[in-house]
Design a binder for this molecule. Structure first.
Ligand SMILES: Cc1cc2nc3c(=O)[nH]c(=O)nc-3n(C[C@H](O)[C@H](O)[C@H](O)COP(=O)(O)OP(=O)(O)OC[C@H]3O[C@@H](n4cnc5c(N)ncnc54)[C@H](O)[C@@H]3O)c2cc1C
Length: 408
């Protein structure tokens, strides 16, 4: 007998949402996370409309102040009004650390066993079960879901086919205290792109891309001096005297797993697709993977799934991932490109002035236009009709704590 019905590798946002969804569907869940404590790194901060609807349906903000929304979004830095029918159109700013804390609270509250300081080092799929070795313990599980991020260990151990392309361009960024510079929203300058946003606490996030700069092979974050020098070359401003609180570089490496399922191992979030965090899409895409997979895998392990249900996860989410990655690539080309992309940007700006184009982009950015075979389109106000934490169909036993989203 396996020790766990499902082992989730990684307690990032995707693994934590998945753990809660699996518990909601009645599955036993063990989460293995290599970090002793949750990360404090400043990462994604944008939740889009569909993610907010999912979180509302799960009562994620219960007992805490929910975020404040803003209808002003963008595509490649070109402003797009995100107003659409629905309960939560727009951008919602939530530090990823807060999202993870709330998702961890929910998963643990629903009974997920979250073990920290457990780094998965070996995975064997025997066909009957999956064996996971963390050095400290060997665990057998009926299923394993790899939510272990963009450098996924499980993906490497399985040698999974991960086609795409390596880095071509890079953006440097830093959160800096003690500097006074003008705010810049995607300012296009002759030598590159510069963004600066001062927060209420006086810390300024700067981001800079230099046209034609080679992308170095990095084994860690860049030195602040390197970022300050690039900022000076692109904007002419000296930020070298500031105090860096966080430094980071990201590039436009884009890859997607050929298959989201390998036998008894499934992949979700950044482990399944790697993309630059342009437009705040990466986190939201991964959370939607988890939401789709959770009830299907729970139905599988509790014996309620119809034949083939679990395979609809790859069938549905892989095309959505491919489309999102393509949209991010289009934005990367338009953002990081030099003067040669200006005519395309001008044309796109003109097109966004037409309501059908604006609404199309707003729905795509918000994740509101994802069709599921047999389920048709999303109903904009369905969340307001559903009780918190439940789905349309009653769960197998305890309908106060279990429920399933609508079947595809
Ligand atoms: C430095 C950085 C900055 C980012 N900035 C932005 C941004 O500005 N905007 C944006 O939209 N997105 C940003 N992203 C992307 C966003 O944070 C991710 O899309 C999101 O975190 C994906 O969630 P995840 O759960 O799939 O993966 P992760 O959040 O990466 O979580 C994976 C988890 O798995 C754990 N893990 C890894 N290997 C093992 C193992 N072998 N055993 C056990 N546990 C393991 C990790 O410790 C981690 O907790 C950034 C990502 C990074 C890394």
């Amino acid at each position: 007998m396996p020790d766990a019905q499902v082992v989730v590798v990684g307690a990032g946002p995707v693994g934590l949402l998945l753990a809660g969804e699996l518990r909601l569907g009645g599955a036993g869940v063990l989460v293995l996370e290599r970090l002793e404590e949750p990360t404090t790194e400043s990462r994604a901060s944008t939740l889009h409309a569909r993610t907010m609807e999912i979180f509302d349906s799960r009562g994620l903000w219960d007992g805490v102040d929910g975020p404040v929304g803003d209808a002003r979004g963008h595509f490649a830095g070109i402003p797009v009004d995100l107003t659409l029918p629905g309960s939560r159109p727009g951008l919602w700013k939530v530090p990823q650390t807060d999202t993870e804390r709330l998702l961890a609270r929910r998963a643990a509250g629903l009974g997920a066993d979250i073990r920290r300081g457990q780094e998965v080092r070996a995975v064997t799929d025997t066909g009957a079960y999956v064996e996971v070795d963390t050095g400290d313990q060997v665990v057998r599980a009926a299923w394993l879901v790899a939510c272990d991020g963009e450098d996924s260990t499980v993906r490497r151990l399985l040698g999974a086919d991960f086609p795409g392309h390596d880095a071509r361009r890079e953006l440097l960024r830093a959160d800096v205290a003690g500097i006074e510079i003008p705010d810049r929203r995607f300012e296009r300058l002759p030598d590159g792109l510069a963004v600066a946003a001062r927060r209420a606490d006086g810390v300024t996030r700067i981001m800079v891309h230099e046209h034609g700069a080679p992308v170095p092979v990095r084994t860690g974050p860049p030195a602040y001096e390197e970022i300050a020098r690039a900022w000076k070359r692109v904007t002419g401003e000296d930020v070298g005297g500031g105090t860096p609180l966080w430094v980071n570089a990201f590039d436009d490496t884009t890859r997607q797993l050929a298959h989201y399922r390998h036998g008894r191992v499934l992949f979700a979030g950044d482990a399944a697709h790697r993309q630059p965090p342009i437009g705040g899409q990466a986190l939201n895409l991964g959370l939607h993977d988890a939401f789709d997979l959770g009830w299907k895998l729970a139905a599988e392990v509790t014996g309620r799934a119809r034949p083939g249900l679990l395979d609809t996860y790859h069938a549905e989410r892989h095309p959505v991932g491919a489309r999102t990655l393509s949209s991010i690539e289009a934005q990367a080309l338009l953002l990081f490109g030099g003067p040669e992309v200006e005519p395309v940007r001008a044309l796109l700006t003109e097109l966004i002035g037409h309501e059908p184009v604006r609404a199309h982009l707003a729905a795509m950015i918000g994740g509101l236009d994802v069709p599921y075979e047999g389920a048709g389109v999303r109903l904009p106000h369905i969340n307001e009709l559903l009780p918190v934490g439940k789905g349309l169909l009653p769960g197998p036993a305890d309908t106060t704590t279990r429920g399933n989203p609508p079947c595809p």
